[in-house]
Design a binder for this molecule. Structure first.
Ligand code: ARG
Length: 562
């Protein structure tokens, strides 16, 4: 609508001395009020007339020379309502979709701008679990969205691959581990010996000394310690990569925490030189009381570095490597303080690009129906979760459409898609309700519903063929609602990237799907009227294209049959 808004703002400006910008033109709230509207309240003061009078006067003047795409303009109370010519609008939107195809909604606003996105970033030797859903799925969607808008997004998996837990893990392995078994069982095997360490250390505190000794060895590049550590890392990556593959995720960089081991001294020196470091209770900190935050811990009493220190080193490295336009970090909101603190420290170091770093927090996953059935213990593995989603989807498909070929593959795409969509259907800061019943409802505001609509469009297009079409036949109310929803898409993609909120795209897709399904149920698409059939098929094709594009941005595949 933006070009319409520009032209409407121009026309209004011609008749008054005030500046009216395209942003002042709003979407009409309901069809009886037209398509676009201009609220006149703002002008009342300077023009010294009531908004209603202004609206009436403007309507009269503008009616004398309407822009070609406007059918009529009417005043209603304080509003000036514009009714568009539907055929003009239908032609504009469908033309644009067919011209750009799967690039509809893309742009080059980000050209030449690099945007590293730190996301997923699990901690080695621990399972990839539901706590990673948000960072992984939101991060990946933002990655797609930024690339779509011309930016060069850089996916960074900042693995938690260093820390005292590895000293414990090595100790445990040396005492109770079995190489073949751990190779076979992966993180399950590692978790078991790690848990055992914590049990036994209660009785034998000496184990802690051993763990510290191993950690020291790791720091001093001891060959055995490092090769065990590397083994743990690789075992863990095997599980993570299985998940990434199912989600269609790849990263440009796997620089994790360990990469920064030899870059910490420089950070500490720089902080000291800039007079930011102070000693407190044996540790070294940066005081942030002036900013109403607790101090940022830089060095432990024993000289070990900490999570914030590493993040500072990594930020400096990212600026150097990518000279980023923006640098994004997607984590759960319980890390808000951590990010606020260390980003403030980078600011205090005098780097004006500190303002270009953005922490993107998200809420918890809450299970409505109790724990998942597949696992005891309190972490829910991502693989178990995806498997359960796929199994449940398989059952639904089996019931609805037992003849469907490739049922297993479709269930995989729909089950995984349901999980992804569910994660991004609300403002990301809200807790995500996890209810199988709701998220797998093919008629609800869900991933399967949008995918189903796409499959429906594909099947319509299989039954009928069209070559050319006349957009002027898309003037009925149902078609018009579809066109409006499709037209909304590009603006929503921009908004999603500005707010770092993929749910804006999910909502837009549901609106398109709902409008199309109404159109489908109320209009006969394939009829003897070949011209009308062609137009309706073309509109169906537009819906297919835009849904596929939008789902892809979220990280969801669109099967053509379901
Ligand atoms: N490994 C951390 C965790 O699992 C997340 C890392 C987020 N990124 C960062 N640069 N701190 O909690």
């Amino acid at each position: 609508m933006i070009d319409y808004k520009i032209q409407i703002a121009d026309v209004i400006c011609k008749h008054i001395s005030e500046v009216v910008s395209p942003d002042d033109i709003i979407q009409a709230p309901s069809p009886d009020k037209g398509d676009l509207a201009f609220p006149c309240f703002r002008l009342a003061k300077t023009l010294k007339k009531s908004p209603a009078v202004i609206a009436a006067e403007l309507a009269e003047k503008i009616s004398l020379e309407l822009p070609e795409f406007v059918e009529k303009v009417e005043p209603l109370n304080a509003y000036l309502n514009f009714f568009l010519w539907r055929d003009h609008f239908a032609k504009k939107v469908t033309n644009e979709i067919f011209e750009k195809g799967k690039q509809y909604g893309s742009s080059n606003i980000g050209e030449g701008k690099l945007v590293p996105i730190d996301y997923s970033s699990p901690n080695i030797a621990k399972h990839f679990h539901v706590g990673h859903l948000g960072t992984t799925l939101i991060g990946h969607a933002l990655y797609n969205i930024f690339n779509f808008l011309g930016y060069k997004a850089i996916g960074i998996n900042y693995l938690g691959d260093w820390g005292t837990q590895f000293g414990k893990m090595i100790t445990a392995y040396k005492k109770w581990g079995n190489k073949e078994e751990i190779d076979r069982r992966g993180i399950d095997g590692l978790t078991e010996i790690y848990v055992r360490f914590h049990d036994e250390v209660e009785r034998d505190p000496g184990l802690n000394d051993e763990a510290r000794a191993w950690m020291l060895k790791m720091q001093n590049q001891d060959e055995e310690a490092l090769s065990l550590w590397k083994w743990f890392v690789n075992l863990s990556l095997k599980e993570y990569e299985r998940v990434y593959k199912r989600l269609g995720i790849t990263f440009e960089s796997y620089r994790g925490e360990s990469y920064y081991n030899d870059k910490m001294d420089a950070v500490v020196t720089e902080l000291a030189e800039k007079n930011l470091l102070i000693k407190s209770e044996g540790a070294m900190i940066v005081d942030l009381s002036e900013y109403n935050m607790p101090p940022c811990l830089i060095l432990r009493g024993d000289g070990g570095t900490l999570y914030p220190t590493r993040d500072i080193a990594a930020a400096l490295d990212r600026k150097k490597t990518y000279n980023f336009y923006k640098s994004l970090y997607v984590t759960a909101l319980d890390q808000n303080l951590h990010f606020a603190q260390w980003m403030k420290v980078v600011d205090l170091m005098g780097y004006d690009w500190a303002k270009d770093m953005v922490h993107i927090p998200y809420g918890l996953v809450v299970f409505e129906e109790g724990k998942l059935s597949t696992r005891k213990g309190n972490v829910i593995k991502m693989e178990d979760l995806l498997n359960e989603a796929v199994a449940k989807t398989f059952d639904i498909i089996n019931e609805k459409n037992p003849e469907l070929p490739d049922k297993n593959e479709v269930a995989e795409l729909v089950g995984v898609g349901a999980v992804i969509f569910n994660q991004m259907y609300n403002n990301r800061i809200k807790d995500v309700m996890f209810s199988w019943k709701r998220m797998l409802n093919f008629d609800g505001e869900t991933g399967p519903y949008v995918q189903y609509t796409h499959a429906r469009a594909c099947s319509v297009l299989e039954k009928g063929k069209y070559k050319t079409f006349s957009p002027s036949l898309l003037g009925d109310d149902y078609s018009y609602e579809v066109i409006k929803a499709l037209n909304d898409f590009p603006g929503r993609v921009i908004e999603a990237h500005e707010k770092y909120e993929p749910f804006i795209i999910s909502r837009c897709l549901v609106a398109i799907a709902q409008a199309y399904n109404k159109f489908y149920h109320n209009n006969i698409i394939l009829s003897d009227d070949l011209e009308l059939t062609s137009a309706r098929l073309a509109l169906t094709d537009c819906v297919r294209i835009v849904i596929e594009t939008g789902l892809a941005l979220l990280g969801i595949k669109a099967p053509s049959k379901m």
